[in-house]
Design a protein around this ligand. Structure first.
Ligand code: GLC
Length: 768
């Protein structure tokens, strides 16, 4: 037995003095403990803002061959060999360091053959070991019954076990399949269900990192990073939900969005070349009766891809007039903004950036240039607060024109002329640093700059969409999953990908409906709009050069089915908005894997083709070509088929019919759902009436209402309604009345009758 190190306690931090380094355990809350070893890196976290430490009771004791740190939720054991072993309060092992032999992956290739294998384009990668001097690993044991989730947008399945992943934000538009180790985002949080006991680990290190989730060996998983401090958070809690809630307590929760951002959005790379094209889309939406809240303008609206410019010539000289006219018709314009600033001495954004030294530089001090859409471009040094401010100020150009939101793309950052070298000088807050360190937080800092700019100049809840992100970006931005394809594997992937993003804090996320690259087809597009009925971000987007995929492109029956689901979406928007409001407090996602709600049920631990929306809606889309029937697993409880009210007992598989126009949806018995009015866009004028649908015979529901646009709700300008039904009796209450006017009329639809109540403005109450 190796001798135990001395330790010192300062507040809630215990520092263990090992011979070659110090290891700290900090109690943040009873369910969050930080493990930290300073490996020479300075600088504050990008993921975590402010001091999260809460006064917490804990004990530390010498247990002979190890120390035990105990809180109400966690037990952490530290021994003389620097093992960190985590248990829940009942003593169930959660994350225990692996002590056995490593079983390094044998890829069957020696140095001589490696070049040959790679010559045909195969990769012999795999980062079991690292050569960087700052490289380190954390290796934890796996049990036979252990399932792993999280990691943000990674490809593949819900349960990450058996795969390896890299955190290095990457724009690779090739078909993204389960063999892809990296995508656009780096969100190094993972969750485990070990013998049914949940926990989480969040590795807060922006450097390139790797997760081997038990691919190398079924006996362990490991995290490694090429540099940076060892800095991870142990997340405890009684349920997987509690753990996700704790993770989002730490890294922040998705703020309440503007309500219209939950509406349908239409996009395509290429529309924005001219006002005429965009107008034709708006006209098409009207003509074919497709409700819509936004049209997105891709890079072509700019003057030669210069950010914060507009090609006025193609917009009758007055984009503001155009944007205003569309807004009057209920359609907002969302404009893309990439980070690359065109190198052009006659362009003010470039000149100003150069003059003020706002762009990243080569190690020799000259401006660093790489190619993106505008050709040679400079890259803003987003780590710096003054650069963020400058960027946010540039957004005023767009908010003055009246855009509804800003879509940030290419911010991994992507570059067309080779990768940006590791040693290009990027700032870490105010200190010079490297691309190597700042790469994974580039999109994060750009999104934050955009959020701050929109907040200041638009005075509404900012609507930012970003492609690249780091842990915590959810505080500023919605995300989409980047360049998917119009292929069946990608509608399939949408479910686990959005579910894992949700568990990783990003509850406002979506995929390009219909698929971005390659040509879509009527059946795929139809199934995709069905599967995306509850996708928090609902946007159809496609690449230039692919077959068109607007709802009307394929005629009937695609058009009618598409319209049916977009219209249905608007009925569910009040429910989605309620979930977002609840999520600001719980940090729980809108779209959830079943395992999040039923972590005790072994059947749902790697269920990839069903998901839930909040607590009470279960969705089982068709994501396979030519399929018109499917098996649906219903977990515990009683379930009601949304389409025909047929009731099913849970804990069983049922076969459901799903012809082309049907998305299987089940509502948990004894649920009340708000049911939005039939509208063709979300209006800024408050609803005067609201309907609630009751599934079952006794239930209650909390409903939230505010102006859906600005921050006045933070000063109490919102309403909270409670709707309850018992033995056929309906009661509606208004426990918080801060937003006027409250609904004049509320209709509650029970299975056998409708009850209408009107607002009594004297009593501030509803009466039948
Ligand atoms: C990237 C984006 C895509 C966009 C295109 C052109 O590929 O991911 O959404 O349409 O760039 O701007």
């Amino acid at each position: 037995m190796t001798q135990l190190p001395q330790y010192k306690q300062t507040g809630q931090t215990i520092t263990f003095a090992f011979p070659d380094h110090q290891l700290q355990l900090s109690v943040i809350t009873s369910a969050i403990i930080r493990v930290f070893e300073n490996r020479g890196e300075n600088g504050a976290s990008y993921a975590i803002e402010g001091d999260k430490e809460q006064p917490t009771d804990f004990t530390i004791k010498d247990a002979g061959d190890h120390y035990e740190l105990r809180t109400a939720d966690l037990l952490v054991k530290i021994d003389g060999d620097q093992h960190v072993d985590v248990y829940d309060a009942a003593g169930n092992p959660l994350a225990v360091d692996y002590r056995g032999q490593r079983q390094l992956l044998d890829k069957g290739v020696d140095k001589d053959h490696e070049a040959l294998v790679e010559a045909e384009g195969h990769s012999v990668s795999g980062s079991t070991t690292g050569s960087d001097s700052g490289y380190y690993q954390v290796v934890k044991s796996l049990t036979a019954d252990e399932h792993l989730y999280g990691l943000g947008d990674k490809t593949g399945y819900l349960d990450k076990r058996g795969f390896e992943y890299d955190n290095w934000n990457t724009d690779n538009p090739a078909p993204q399949m389960e063999n892809f180790t990296k995508l656009y985002k780096s969100i190094p949080v993972m969750y485990g269900l070990k013998n049914g006991h949940p926990y989480g680990l969040f590795f807060d290190n922006p450097y390139k990192s790797h997760f081997d989730m038990g691919k190398e060996s079924p006996n362990y998983y490991f995290y490694s990073a090429v540099a940076g401090n060892l800095d991870y958070y142990i997340l405890g809690g009684k349920t997987l939900k509690a753990i996700v809630s704790n993770y989002t307590y730490l890294t922040g929760r998705v703020p309440l969005p503007q309500k219209w951002t939950l509406g349908y959005q239409q996009s395509r790379w290429g529309y924005s070349v001219s006002q005429k094209n965009v107008q034709a889309i708006a006209d098409g939406l009207k003509k074919y009766d497709i409700p819509c809240d936004a049209i997105h303008l891709d890079i072509d609206y700019m003057r030669g891809y210069r950010v914060f410019t507009w090609n006025n010539d193609q917009y009758e000289g007055d984009p503001k007039k155009f944007v205003t006219n569309l807004k009057k018709r209920g359609i907002k314009i969302v404009t893309i903004i990439d980070p690359g600033v065109k190198k052009d001495p006659d362009y003010n954004v470039y000149n100003e950036g150069v003059k003020k030294g706002y762009f990243v530089k080569s190690p020799d001090g000259t401006l660093y240039i790489n190619k993106v859409w505008p050709g040679d471009s400079a890259f803003p040094d987003f780590g710096r607060p003054d650069v963020q401010k400058w960027w946010g100020h540039n957004d005023k150009f767009l908010t003055d024109i009246g855009v509804g939101g800003v879509w940030n793309d290419m911010n991994e950052p992507a570059s067309f002329e080779g990768a940006i070298p590791d040693d290009v000088v990027f700032s870490d807050h105010d200190k010079p640093s490297t691309h190597k360190k700042m790469h994974n937080v580039y999109g994060h800092n750009m999104a934050k700059a955009t959020y701050d700019g929109l907040k200041e100049y638009q005075r509404r809840r900012p609507y930012v969409i970003t492609r690249a992100a780091y842990a915590g970006t959810q505080k500023y931005s919605t995300v989409w999953t980047g360049d998917n394809r119009s292929i069946w594997p990608h509608i399939q992937m949408m479910i686990p990908q959005l579910c894992n993003l949700g568990m990783s804090g990003f509850s406002f996320a979506g995929t390009d409906i219909g698929g971005f690259g390659s040509d879509t087809n009527p059946e795929l597009l139809t199934r995709w709009i069905e599967a995306a009925l509850f996708s928090p971000l609902m946007r159809n987007h496609a690449a230039m050069g692919t077959r068109h995929q607007e709802p009307w492109t394929f005629g009937e029956p695609t058009l009618s089915i598409y319209r049916k689901y977009v219209k249905l979406r608007y009925r569910f928007i009040p429910y989605l908005y309620d979930l977002f409001e609840k999520g600001t407090k719980s940090g729980l996602p809108v779209m959830r894997p079943l395992v999040l709600n039923y972590d005790n049920d072994p059947r749902v631990r790697d269920l990839n083709d069903e998901f839930m929306v909040g607590e009470n809606i279960l969705v089982a889309p068709i994501v396979e070509r030519s399929q018109t029937k499917r098996l649906v697993y219903l977990p515990a409880g009683e379930w009601i088929d949304f389409w025909n009210n047929r009731q099913y007992a849970g804990n069983q598989d049922i076969v459901v019919d799903a012809p082309l126009d049907k998305l299987p949806v089940f509502i948990k018995k004894d649920t009340i759902l708000p049911w939005g009015n039939p509208v063709d866009h979300i209006s800024d004028t408050p609803d005067t009436e609201m309907t609630f649908k009751v599934f079952g015979n006794q239930a209650s529901y909390d409903h939230y209402q505010d102006d859906g646009t600005d921050f006045k709700y933070q000063d109490g300008e919102f309403n909270h309604y409670t709707i309850s039904v018992k033995n056929g009796q309906v009661a509606v209450n208004l426990p918080h009345y801060g937003f006027k006017p409250a609904y004049e009329k509320i209709t509650v639809e029970l299975p056998d009758k409708k009850v209408s109540l009107t607002f009594n403005a004297v009593k501030n109450d509803y009466e039948a």
